[in-house]
Design a binder for this molecule. Structure first.
Ligand code: FUC
Length: 346
């Protein structure tokens, strides 16, 4: 086990965590960004399983939120405004009239205090950030801590914690794009995904939830017994077409299975399992990634990664039946998401 620290320009630091099996997670204090994750395939060959920029400074202007911590509110807030305790809060619109992923200067753009730690069978990085009352338009002084822990069992545990001094809205996530083929050998079409979810939020053409929660039965949204991501990418169904063909939807978990997601890439044999305390997640298949990003392994293209953005739903601000994002002054926001890396052999 070891932690390496490298100082970059602008007070940026990159931390490299390696466990006893050689699984490596690279984290940047800017945006709390996971820039690389190296894991072995079924033959033991180690490869990078996430999308990251070749040039670190490209994270400064990243429209894709690669690997970043997202907040204060992950997802879209309709018309960039909401009402809380009778008061209307206006946020900065950064996607048409809507507010996306905490705004252009959200948590993905701040420098976090970063404290590396090492314990008996795990190591990690504790990130903390104080977000002032009114920052990006949100109410409340909010103290946020996000801890990345890499265990010798090949788990990456993300613990989120926050408190506020005034009622506010908050839902945090991490925006890593996974590609289990290793070093981006293939797009994610053939990734086979099993998901513990029987309901998802219908979207309108602006990618905002209509308020209707649909049953997945007999559709390309039914991952309960597993399916290839290609089925939704190639579907002609309206819900896939409006998001640029593929998935960009909020799924609500049934909480019936030990893992909310199990993703397998058949050629490399890599398996990613995810469990979480969060009530649901946005699964985004990088439908609109485009071909302009210079990644560690070459140029980007659509469908090169899949994001499992565990979170509550900002649609709860405007519709009933969605998991709430309210946080009161006497509460602690506490959530955990665990990604477990393995192969078909273990
Ligand atoms: C996801 C999506 C969005 C957006 C962004 C980069 O969270 O919901 O549509 O494109 O990532």
């Amino acid at each position: 086990m070891k932690i390496k620290t490298k100082q970059l320009q602008n007070n940026w630091k990159v931390f490299t965590l390696t466990n006893i099996n050689g699984v490596t997670v690279e984290v940047l204090n800017f945006g709390g960004i996971l820039t690389k994750i190296l894991t072995p395939d079924k033959e033991g060959r180690v490869g990078n399983i996430v999308l990251g920029y070749k040039n670190m400074l490209d994270y400064q202007h990243d429209p894709n939120y690669f690997g970043a911590l997202i907040g204060r509110v992950a997802g879209r807030i309709q018309n960039a405004e909401f009402v809380l305790d009778g008061k209307t809060y206006r946020l900065k619109a950064n996607e048409g009239p809507n507010h996306l992923h905490g705004g252009n200067t959200g948590l993905h753009k701040v420098i976090w205090n970063a404290d590396p730690f090492e314990e008996e069978d795990k190591l990690g990085l504790k990130l903390s950030y104080f977000s002032k009352d009114g920052e990006n338009g949100y109410p409340g002084n909010v103290n946020i801590t996000v801890t990345y822990t890499l265990t010798n069992e090949d788990e990456l545990i993300i613990n989120y914690s926050a408190t506020t001094d005034k009622t506010t809205v908050l839902t945090l996530t991490n925006h890593t794009y996974f590609n289990l083929s290793g070093d981006l050998k293939e797009t994610i079409h053939q990734h086979h995904v099993t998901m513990d979810s029987s309901r998802f939020a219908q979207l309108d053409a602006r990618l905002l939830p209509t308020g209707d929660i649909l049953d997945v039965t007999n559709s390309t949204f039914d991952f309960r017994s597993g399916r290839a991501l290609a089925s939704g990418i190639h579907s002609t169904m309206d819900q896939h077409n409006i998001v640029g063909n593929g998935y960009d939807h909020y799924f609500i978990f049934d909480q019936k299975k030990p893992y909310a997601v199990v993703a397998t890439e058949p050629v490399s044999g890599r398996v990613l399992k995810m469990k979480t305390t969060q009530p649901g997640m946005v699964m985004y298949t990088s439908n609109n990634l485009g071909s302009n990003a210079l990644l560690n392994e070459g140029m980007s293209k659509n469908y090169l990664g899949v994001c499992f953005e565990t979170q509550s739903s900002p649609a709860s601000l405007h519709h009933d039946g969605f998991p709430s994002i309210l946080l009161n002054a006497d509460e602690r926001y506490q959530e955990q998401t665990v990604f477990k890396f393995g192969t078909l052999m273990n």
